[in-house]
Design a protein around this ligand. Structure first.
Ligand code: ADP
Ligand code: ADP
Ligand code: ZN
Length: 213
């Protein structure tokens, strides 16, 4: 099964994707994570995208489609979760073609609906485990022991430079201009499903499971 998790920054896409990886043997393809890896590994592409990401703008379609294309070369039995991709109509069309080329298809697009007003608190409280990538929040999802990852025991917690209110506003602007048209696009294709992203993490999990089953 191949699915897209669609929603603005802070909607909970990464949190739900990680759960699906654990529960259903799916593979998470987060273009945001891939781009951040490219930055820290100092590749040419990483240098090119750094300023764009820091400004909260979208990286070019060509770069992100290239990243996804590489990952889709190998097939995977459990299927893929596209997290933060596609973000433009051109990316959506490219995804359709890339999947078709491997004889695969998209099974569902899950829109995570949230109020914009909730997003500032979501992203400004976000931190992640630098070793396993588990996503935490200062208020809604703290590790059991302060500063220690529940999943892997690491104390290497990280915050993203772009998780501040100013950058969020810019990212939200990009979302409304370029990404939100995908909601209508997938609705028209009959593939759109929605969940209430403001519900508790476990309840969102259950709503997504109900769609996938
Ligand atoms: P969030 O989790 O807050 O939605 P991401 O980690 O998905 O953010 O993305 C972080 C940044 O990486 C974006 O602001 C953008 O600059 C870049 N980026 C990620 N995915 C894409 C994409 N599919 N197309 C263009 N830019 C992207
Ligand atoms: P996205 O990948 O869509 O940008 P994340 O999964 O990184 O979003 O979640 C953003 C922040 O909100 C994280 O700190 C996460 O722990 C928290 N969070 C995610 N889902 C929920 C939820 N349903 N209720 C409360 N907090 C949540
Ligand atoms: Zn960890």
């Amino acid at each position: 099964m191949n699915i897209i998790l669609l929603g603005p920054p802070g909607a909970g896409k990464g949190t739900q994707a990680r759960h699906l990886v654990e529960e259903r043997n799916m593979v998470q393809l987060s273009t945001g994570d891939m781009l951040r890896d490219a930055r820290t590994s100092g590749t040419e592409m990483g240098k090119v995208v750094a300023d764009v990401m820091d400004r909260g703008e979208l990286v070019t379609d060509e770069i992100v489609i290239g990243l996804i294309r590489e990952k889709l070369e190998g097939t995977h039995a459990g299927g893929f979760i596209f997290d933060g991709f596609p973000r433009t109509l051109a990316q959506a069309d490219a995804l359709t073609d890339l999947l078709a080329a491997t004889g695969a298809k998209l099974d569902a697009v899950i829109e995570m609906q949230v109020d914009d007003a909730a997003l500032v608190a979501r992203v400004t409280g976000r931190f992640t485990c630098g070793d396993c990538g588990e996503v935490y929040h200062d208020v809604t999802h703290r590790p059991a022991a302060e500063g220690v990852c529940d999943k892997c025991g690491s104390t290497n917690m990280k915050r993203r430079a772009d998780d501040n209110e100013e950058s969020l506003r810019q990212r939200l602007m990009e979302y409304y201009k370029k990404t939100s048209p995908l909601i209508g696009y997938y609705y028209a294709k009959g593939q759109l499903r929605t969940v209430d992203g403001l519900a508790e993490i476990d309840d969102v999990q259950q709503a997504i499971a109900a769609i996938l089953d």
